[in-house]
Structures are given as structure tokens and as C-alpha cells.
Design a protein around this ligand. Sequence first.
Ligand code: SAM
Length: 278
Amino acid sequence: MSIDNLPPLRDVIATHELAAKKSLGQNFLLDLNLTSKIARLAGDLKNCDVLEIGPGPGGLTRGLLAEGARRVLAIEKDPRCMPVMAEIAAAYLGRLQAINGDALDVNPLEHLTAPIKIAANLPYNVGTELLVRWLTPPEWPPFWVSLTLMFQREVAQRIVATPGSKAYGRLALLAQWRSDPKIVMDLPPEAFSPPPKVNSAVVHLIALPAPRFEADAATLNRVVAAAFNQRRKMLRSALKSLDPAIEDHLNAVGIKPTERAEQVGLEEFCALARSLKG
Ligand code: SAM
């Protein structure tokens, strides 16, 4: 069953000769029922503008529009996808704007009105960098209400990881400090064309109105980066470069100086950042 009057995605790809390019991380979703389901995971879209990165042949774009997004702004690096975007824009009059450019360079805020949600099947080569940018703006709350993002499952696990697990690190702490992240869907390689080598997962992150624990963002970032850059080392040596009296700061906030980064929770890292900043 089609979700709109546009051609099936396989036909779109054939007509526009969109052979997938590995260099652009192109693994396309071809099932419109699946892309609509992903769009629904972003919650009610009716009164929201949606930013989509990497629409490709437009499966998720059509899902977002069919599910009622007020407007979609799609930023796509591959110029071959622009004629497809024009066809979708004609079918959903006034609701789709597509920009041919690199998502790392384009400022989407010039084209969007709040409230804004972000939804994307991200290109693997820029996915983590974009997520880190969205999680580390100078001001909080950020410009977005929620992120609904497809990642390699291994990256998704790093976002929701808890202390003591191998996946726990900087990404988990950044994500969990100021948002509530959950894995909401698992997808096997066969869901994509061409199938990637790994499993994928959709992560839904809701921006918290304020950080979970008080801390200066830049200090917390420095602490977490230093702690996990040398995750096998004890914290007293991994963090030595931050402050010669690091052992005193660790003791003052109740972290054993002999502990390793992967044992330390978000609340303790925030307390350490406050102590260092103070
Ligand atoms: N959304 C489509 C889907 O679900 O079928 C395509 C997803 S595919 C995994 C990633 C898309 O991101 C590709 O269309 C690719 O051309 C695009 N892309 C890659 N790097 C990009 C960048 N830096 N900025 C914007 N788009 C990019």
C-alpha cells in the first residue's frame, strides 16, 4: 500500500539513476511503510518543522510529510537527489524545502520555525559529528525538541550506555546529561539497499528543559574527554593534566582516585566539573 501518489522508491531510484555511493554513506530505505513508522517514532509532527539530513531518494521525507509534518527542510549533499526532492515538493505543496549542500556547513535555523524536530537516516560518516553538535550548543534548551536518528547499532548503544559497560563513554554522558535517549527500533541490514555490513537502530532523544545535573558545559566536556581518552588508566593519572590537585578534587566529590572512567556515573562527573570550575 502506498502512502502517497508518488512512485515506489525502487522506481524513483531507477528513473533518477541513483546508484548508491559508498563515499556518501548511501544505504537507502525502500519500504515506505517502514519510513512512515520511523516518522511516527518522532511523535506528533503536525505543528512542527522537521529538519532531515540526507533525504536521498526521499523515503523518510515522504514518511514525515505523510505523517503530517508542518514543513520539512531536507539537506542533501548529493545533487542527483534534487530532482526527486522537486517531485516530492510538488506533491506536498509548500511543505518541503530541499537544500543541496553539506549538513556540516548549512545553517538550518535560517529556514526553520520552532518547534523543530530532527529526523534522519544519517550518513554514517557524519552522523556522530552532527549528534555531538546538536548535543553541545552554547545555550540549553537547544533549537530542537527531539532527535529521531538512525545509527549503526553499535553507535546507538554508545548513546544509551550506562556505567560499567564497554559502550559507556563520552557520547553516553553528552547525550544523557541534557536529553533522554532511548533505542526505539532495531533494523537488520536487509531493511536497506544496499544492505550495510552491520545492524542499525533508531534512537529517539528528547531534549530536557535543563541539564540533569548542574555543570559548566565546557568543563564537563574537558573532564569527560580526558577521562575517556585514557579509559584504562586510573582517574588520578588520566585527569592529571586538568589540575595538579586532581586527587583532592576527586576525593572531595567522593570519586576514588584509583577508579577508572567507565565506573563513574554522570552525576559524579558533573560534581567533579563543578569542583574543578569552582
Ligand atoms: N534518507 C534516505 C533513506 O533513508 O533512504 C538516505 C539515507 S543514506 C543512509 C544517507 C544520505 O545522506 C544519503 O542520501 C547521502 O547522500 C546523504 N549525505 C551524506 N553526507 C552528507 C552530508 N555531509 N550532508 C548532507 N547529506 C549527506
